[in-house]
Design a protein around this ligand. Structure first.
Ligand code: NAI
Length: 462
């Protein structure tokens, strides 16, 4: 029996960050993860491998399409899918080793096995050979993350009909990929295969893509993706999908079935608590399977905490990381706080889409008076020089106080640009604060400054 001050179940961005921060506070920490590779969904089969494939596929697409307008003649471009997939795997393994060494450096004890509550303060860890050991701690953090949601009628077979996990490694490139769900995963991974040559059909239940994203930005994105060659069928409810010969068949309500050679199911994710033994400690989940917590991530069971995808809120790695730090700070009786009004979100398509704060739709629904400024990348010198001029930055500010309420970006490097917006909002900036901040020239960030200036109708370059 090993004894710790804190046990953390789950080694994803929430769990391993919590482990490191708790160790920094001088606590004796045990971290449990059932996968060989640490880093959770994000590192193994999510954020990182998808970004590696998005980057490589975008380069391939750009070069294949030609760089004649930049005076570069390219010929004989070929795809080496094996090498592209191998690069992705190498990055994942490298980062996995990095997390292990961080744990070592911080003296966190790592247990590779499946964690399960057996009683209050006591957890069993079962390794892949079935060997079990028991750990005890007065504080236990659940950071077990989420898993893909699956619709009834979908028969996953791990080859023709699969989730994002399989869609990171299709080989060969599917001729026709059907994506169920026009959200983050569907559009990011759909983009990868579309750039590598697949015909991509997106079947989306709603009348729009990217639900929850600012409607104006989502509409602009939709038009761009249509131009790129995506086929969208909106207001389309999928009722079944199954393998059929060397391909798959997808049935939709009130329409003809769609035949294709691969199906990616991307209809959301759900909290993952199976096999965790919550019953053994009397911990109940809510109707959506999430673990209810208070503002310091304490569950209804004394000494048990939960963070990340398994609790309420956006299922984003960086939100889990913030909570990882905050739960460790709270357990060490330090100041702990996450500002949920300022959690940025990024969709790594091309163009990238990024947002922080309220959407225009939310401001309207909440009857908040706001002012709006926007500025297009096409009027920015840096955008022109990098040959990437599609999109805009939109700034929403309180009509009376000018405090920034939301910033929405579609365009080059939106995912990096949103950091300035988040920092400004964290400090309670007004649009004038951003407008008066000197931004280096020529940079893409000047588009944010000009959008802030245009809140009062005083953009310079438009
Ligand atoms: P999502 O919630 O973004 O999109 C799911 C889509 O499926 C929605 O548009 C929904 O209307 C549609 N849908 C649901 N049922 C359907 C049906 N029967 N037929 C057709 N369409 C249907 O979920 P997604 O893309 O699976 O992503 C899951 C989570 O992972 C998200 O919460 C996201 O936050 C996270 N994620 C974040 C990324 C990032 O930060 N860049 C990248 C990938 C995922």
């Amino acid at each position: 029996m090993s004894q710790h001050d804190v046990i953390i179940i789950g080694g994803g961005p929430g769990g391993y960050v919590a482990a490191i921060r708790a160790a920094q506070h001088g606590l004796n920490v045990g971290l449990i993860d059932k996968e060989y590779q640490l880093g959770g969904t994000c590192l193994r089969v999510g954020c990182i491998p998808s970004k590696a494939m998005l980057e490589s596929s975008e380069k391939f697409y750009e070069v294949k399409k030609g760089l004649d307008d930049e005076g570069i003649k390219v010929s004989g471009v070929e795809l080496d899918l094996g090498a592209m997939l191998a690069r992705k795997t190498k990055i994942v393994e490298q980062f996995g080793r990095g997390i292990l060494s961080l744990l070592k450096k911080n003296k966190v004890t790592y247990y590779n096995g499946t964690g399960r509550f057996i009683s209050h303060g006591k957890v069993a860890v079962t390794d892949k050979d079935g060997k079990e050991q028991h750990l005890t701690a007065p504080k236990i953090v659940i950071a077990t993350g989420s898993k893909p949601a699956i619709l009834p009628g979908i028969q996953l077979d791990g080859k023709y009909v699969g989730t994002s996990t399989e869609a990171l490694s299709y080989d060969p490139v599917p001729k026709h990929l059907v994506v169920i769900g026009g959200g983050y995963i569907g559009m990011e991974l759909g983009s990868v295969w579309q750039r590598l040559g697949s015909k991509v059909t997106v079947l989306e239940f709603l009348d729009r893509i990217f639900p929850g994203t600012d409607t104006e930005i989502a509409k602009e994105a939709y038009d761009i993706f249509v131009k790129k060659g995506f086929e969208f069928r909106l207001k389309t409810k999928v009722i079944s999908a199954r393998a059929d010969g060397d391909g798959a068949i997808v049935e939709v309500e009130g329409g003809e079935p769609v035949r294709c050679d691969r199906v990616l199911v991307a209809v959301g994710r759900q909290p993952y608590t199976e096999g965790l033994g919550l019953d053994a400690i009397g911990l109940k989940t809510d109707p959506k399977g999430r673990i209810p917590v208070d503002k310091h991530y304490a569950t209804s069971v004394p000494g048990v905490f939960a963070i990340g995808d398994v609790i309420e809120g956006p299922m984003l790695a960086h939100k889990a990381e913030e909570e990882g730090v905050a739960v460790a700070d709270a357990m060490a009786k330090k100041f702990a706080h996450v500002d949920y009004n300022v959690i940025p979100a990024v969709i790594f398509t091309h163009p990238e889409i990024a947002a922080v704060g309220k959407t225009e739709d939310q401001l309207i629904a909440e009857k908040i008076d706001y002012k709006k400024g926007s500025f297009p990348f096409r009027a920015n010198a840096r955008s022109m020089t990098i040959n990437d001029t599609v999109g805009k930055v939109k700034v929403l500010a309180d009509a009376k106080t000018d405090r920034v309420l939301g910033i929405h970006i579609i365009g080059p490097r939106a995912g990096d640009l949103i950091a300035e917006a988040a920092a400004a909002m964290s400090f309670g900036a007004s649009s004038e604060d951003i407008a008066r901040t000197c931004h280096a020239h020529p940079t893409l960030a000047e588009v944010t400054k000009e959008a802030a200036m245009s809140v009062t109708g005083k953009a310079i370059h438009m």
